[in-house]
Structure formats: structure tokens, C-alpha cells
Design a protein around this ligand. Structure first.
Ligand code: AMP
Length: 286
């Protein structure tokens, strides 16, 4: 396993693989790897000859007062996981490597972003697509793997590759969960024991909303209210949003139709958790 810090070196190495006709699978992460990330890596490994994993906590996608300085890190553990799973290259750049000077160009996302996390995190998705544009150029992947836990990110990244013609296939990977249903996240370590226990109510709330649609409920507000009440009654978290939107276009819907996302973000003392379900108008999971 190669560990590369320099963007120029990564581009040189991946160019060589491309010349040899090798398929490169790319898994971009912010590190502190858990089984969610592992699932992305495993799938990339199955479908490609070379797997590149990037670990970079990208300052551009963090806003004022967000957890950039508290984002958990564990380089040694991450290297061990990557080695175990057969990653070929870890790209571990420093902030200085990626942004030697204040960037003159930053991308802006104009759709799919004024809802869900985009609404309370202005500039977040601009930061995500700017770093991904750089990473795609450096890594030159045929496919890139993203978790459906961050379903809005998947929708935005699909728009990035379509609108800017990146020759990269975006592969969405289902959310990996703890046995009690909590979506695995690097941020879960910041939950207190009581919050950790309460957090399993998030998926249960979303499932109860989906069940209402499955049982014929057509009132979007009724579904959102029920999800809200369930979370309020079962956690001390503060609900940031509960939304039911079309997916992946992330537009409001009047009644259940087509492919939809039911999503929430809940703020606990030191961790903001997100989760979602994507399903069709019959409530069948997609
Ligand atoms: P992060 O390191 O949080 O930026 O996540 C890197 C990638 O892993 C993103 O595509 C996430 O959507 C994905 N990911 C994070 N948690 C999970 C999970 N529980 N299940 C599936 N994918 C995940």
C-alpha cells in the first residue's frame, strides 16, 4: 500500500495506471474510518483493479462554529483498516498540499442545496464539490463511491459530474448501521452514553414516517409531524430539520410520488446526526 501526500505524485501514479488501462475506484473520506467507510472500500475493491482512498478533512466544507477543529482523527487506525481491506493507495494530503494559497476558484452549487443540510450549512456543498473536483483530477477514477447516509451529497455529486462532464461513475452505497439502527458515523464518538442510547430513535422515527406512506397517508405535513413528535418524545436532541422531498432533485412534493427522501438532522450536545430513507410512493425502500 502506497501512502501519498503530494497531489502531483498522486496524479503521476494514477496517470500511469490509466495508461495501462487499469480501472481506478476512488473512495473519498475525512478519515476516522468505520464500517460505513469499509463498505465503500470493499465495493470499490470488488469493482476495480486499483483502489484509492483519500483522507482529508476539508476546511472548505466547514462553516463558522462547525466542528472542523474537533473532527476526530486516527491516522494509524485508518492506515491499518486500509491495509486490511487491500487499498492500493491512501492519499493523505495536508491542507497546505491541497490549498497552498487561498483558492482563486471555488465552485458554487445552485440546485439541490437550499434544503436539508445545505440550508443550515451555507457554502458546505460548494466546499464539497470544489475539493471533489480537485480529487477527481488527481485520482482519475472510473468510479467513485459515496454513502447514501449523506444522500444529499450523492445528489449534489451526481449533479457535479453531469454538469461538468467528469468521466466518473458515481456509485451510491447503502447506509451501514449499528445493530440498533443508528447510522455509523465518525461523529457518534461525540455522543454521551445517554445520547447514544436515544439516537436509535432517529431511524425508528423515519421508519414510522415511511410506514405511514406505505399505509396510504398522503399528507406530507402529517408524516413530518409524526416523525418530529417521535424524535422529540424519545431524545433530548434538537431537531434541525425533517424534510420529505423528491430524490435526487430534492424538490418539495405535494403528495407522495416518484422517488422520495425522508431525512432529518438532530443536534445533540457535541454531535449533529443525520439520517434518511429513500423510497418510492408505495413506501418501498430503494
Ligand atoms: P466522511 O468521512 O464522513 O466524509 O464519509 C466518507 C464517505 O463515507 C461518504 O461518502 C459517506 O457518505 C460515507 N459514509 C459515512 N458513513 C456511512 C455509513 N454509515 N454507511 C455508508 N456510507 C457511509
Amino acid at each position: 500500500m502506497k501512502i501519498i501526500e503530494s497531489p502531483e505524485e498522486l496524479q503521476k501514479v494514477t496517470s500511469n495506471y490509466r495508461v495501462q488501462g487499469k480501472k481506478i475506484g476512488f473512495v473519498p473520506t475525512m478519515g476516522f474510518l468505520h464500517e460505513g467507510h469499509e463498505q465503500l472500500i470493499r465495493q470499490a475493491k470488488q469493482q476495480n483493479e486499483i483502489v484509492v482512498l483519500s483522507i482529508f478533512v476539508n476546511p472548505l466544507q466547514f462553516g463558522e462554529g462547525e466542528d472542523l477543529n474537533h473532527y476526530p482523527r486516527d491516522e494509524e487506525h485508518d492506515k491499518e483498516v486500509a491495509r486490511k481491506l487491500g487499498v492500493d493507495i491512501i492519499f493523505f494530503p495536508t491542507v497546505k498540499n491541497m490549498y497552498p494559497t487561498e483558492p482563486a476558484i471555488k465552485l458554487t452549487v445552485t440546485k439541490r442545496t437550499n434544503v436539508l443540510c445545505g440550508k443550515s450549512r451555507p457554502g458546505h456543498f460548494g466546499g464539497v464539490v470544489t475539493v471533489l473536483a480537485k480529487l477527481f483530477h488527481l485520482c482519475q477514477p472510473s468510479s467513485a463511491y459515496f454513502g447514501m447516509k449523506d444522500a444529499q451529497q450523492v445528489a449534489v455529486v451526481e449533479a457535479l459530474v453531469n454538469d461538468l462532464n467528469f468521466p466518473v461513475e458515481i456509485v451510491p452505497v447503502p447506509t451501514v448501521r449499528e445493530p440498533d439502527g443508528l447510522a455509523k458515523s465518525s461523529r457518534n464518538v461525540n455522543l454521551s452514553p445517554q445520547e447514544r442510547e436515544e439516537a436509535s430513535a432517529i431511524l425508528k422515527a423515519l421508519q414510522s414516517g415511511r410506514k405511514m406512506i406505505q399505509d396510504g397517508e398522503t399528507g406530507i405535513e402529517n408524516v413530518k409531524t409524526a416523525v418530529n413528535t417521535f424524535i422529540e418524545n424519545n431524545t433530548h436532541g434538537k431537531i434541525d430539520y425533517i424534510e420529505l422531498l423528491s430524490y435526487p432533485s430534492l424538490e418539495p412534493v405535494d403528495k407522495p410520488m416518484g422517488q422520495m427522501i425522508l431525512a432529518t438532522a438532530v443536534k445533540f450536545e457535541r454531535a449533529r446526526l443525520i439520517d434518511n430513507l429513500v423510497f418510492d410512493s408505495n413506501g418501498e425502500i430503494i
